[in-house]
Design a protein around this ligand. Structure first.
Ligand code: KE4
Length: 428
């Protein structure tokens, strides 16, 4: 595969952008080599600047559940642009997207738009602390909630990939009130609540984890967590930046029939443009400025062009309901990958929720961060590059989820399975 243009452009980028990337998750740090530079996307495909076509299972790390450049989404953006890009004043389309989110996500009575998932979780934590007048935040190892100081503790995603799950530059004071526990460990959580329940403002977690690779909650974990929060007066925050509108139209909470106190969103609600959101109980959200004293603001929050992109994405999801087909095709892909790994004699574990999945190079079930970090990341790197050589673009880390889109036809799934059979049979 010719990657000369990418190489040249990447060297040029490295001269002016740290690591040549605007997010370390794209740096290929977990697989070695240099990232491909992308020219364009179309449906299930990416085209790099050397003209290579790749079947895309990253989907911009989750937003593109409809695939790249869905006609309805592009038309909505073009239409919005005829009126301008940003006004710094309220616009009706912000209300339309807020209404759509509130109608879809069971726990959301009121919602505030921001510009990223990080802003959403940072704001949700502040609201929980302000509402409860408590300081302690509980998170789980391997969950990633963006790069907000107080949550960069044993964080997943690229923080784990690159070996900085607790980053330098975060003062002790920022994390002294952050408690980090093992995901799926309800006994440990109960003990923590017994010891410090009165201090805990909130518990934040990915209800289905994407950022240590895909890890599902064990039966009873989420319900037990919710009961403990209610018993001790702490708020439960579901970080659904990745799972929102992904694992079902109502997110993980819709799938599991739960109602957390606050929810954070991102990715799909922006349709590929910079949008995050936090929302939940009206009595909690009414404490947010200007209605209440808890301050949060943003120049481009609710940007009308980004709102148009997100609204068209949700409207198209509602109209076409791709979820049943996504379940079928993603399960078929996971079965194919698992069979290929088994035939190659490679210890593996496959986890899936909706159209998110991970093939772990680890022979035992992966239910928490400790187990995830035991994966054979060297074998993952060989798998990753073997798939790229065969025209399949996977997330560049064992500690990420793959995403299938509604644009992936059965043909792309068949090609991917055949490529995996070829690669897994030869990487050792
Ligand atoms: P952003 O600030 O990157 O928009 O969202 C942060 C975030 C919050 N919560 C969850 C559950 C998330 O998955 C994320 C971001 N996800 C990563 C991919 N695992 C984004 C990729 C990147 O950092 O470039």
């Amino acid at each position: 595969m010719n990657r000369e243009q990418s190489h040249q452009e990447f060297q040029r980028a490295c001269r002016v952008i740290p690591g040549g990337v605007n997010s370390p998750a794209r740096a290929f740090g977990g697989v070695g080599g240099e990232p491909l530079l992308i020219d364009r996307g179309e449906g299930p495909f990416l085209y790099d600047i050397d003209g290579n076509r790749l079947i895309d299972f990253v989907g911009s790390w989750g937003p593109h559940i409809l695939g790249h450049r869905h006609p309805a989404v592009i038309a909505a953006i073009e239409q919005a642009l005829t009126r301008g890009t940003s006004f710094g004043a309220p616009t009706p389309i912000e209300t339309r997207l807020a209404e759509k989110v509130a109608a879809a996500v069971p726990s959301i009575e009121k919602v505030r738009m921001v510009n990223s998932g990080t802003e959403a979780t940072m704001s949700a934590i502040r609201v929980a602390r302000g509402f409860t007048r408590r300081d302690v935040v509980v998170k789980f190892a391997g969950c990633y909630h963006g790069h907000v100081d107080s949550l960069l503790v044993k964080a997943g995603s690229a923080a784990t990939t690159l070996g900085v799950p607790s980053s330098p530059g975060v003062p002790k004071g920022c994390t002294s009130d952050t408690i980090c526990l093992e995901y799926n460990d309800l006994v440990g959580l109960e003990a923590m609540f017994q010891a410090r329940g009165r201090e805990i403002a909130c518990v934040i977690l990915e209800p289905v984890v994407g950022n240590m690779g895909l890890v599902l909650p064990k039966p009873g974990f989420l319900d037990g967590l919710q009961s403990l929060c209610r018993e001790h007066g702490a708020l439960l925050i579901f970080d659904e930046v990745m799972t929102g509108f992904r694992v079902s139209y109502g997110g993980a909470q819709g799938l599991f029939g739960m109602k957390p106190d606050l929810t954070t969103l991102g990715k799909i609600i922006g349709g590929g443009m910079p949008v995050g959101a936090y929302g939940g109980r009206a009595d909690v959200m009414n404490c947010v400025s200007p209605l209440g004293p808890i301050y949060q603001a943003g120049t481009l929050s609710g940007n009308p062009v980004a709102m148009a992109c997100g609204l068209a994405t949700l409207e198209t999801l509602e109209k076409t309901n791709p979820y049943p087909q996504l379940e079928i095709e993603t399960q078929r892909l996971c079965d194919g990958l698992s069979l290929a790994a088994q035939q190659a004699g490679l210890p593996h574990w496959v986890a899936r929720c909706g159209s998110m999945f991970t093939l772990f190079f680890h022979g035992e079930p992966v239910t928490n961060y400790t187990q995830a970090t035991r994966c054979n990341t060297g074998r993952f790197a060989r798998y990753f590059w073997g798939m790229i050589e065969r025209g399949v673009y996977l997330p560049c880390s064992q500690f990420e989820a793959n995403f299938v889109s509604a644009a992936h036809s059965p043909a792309e799934i068949d090609v991917t399975i055949a490529a995996a059979r070829d690669v897994l049979g030869s990487i050792g």
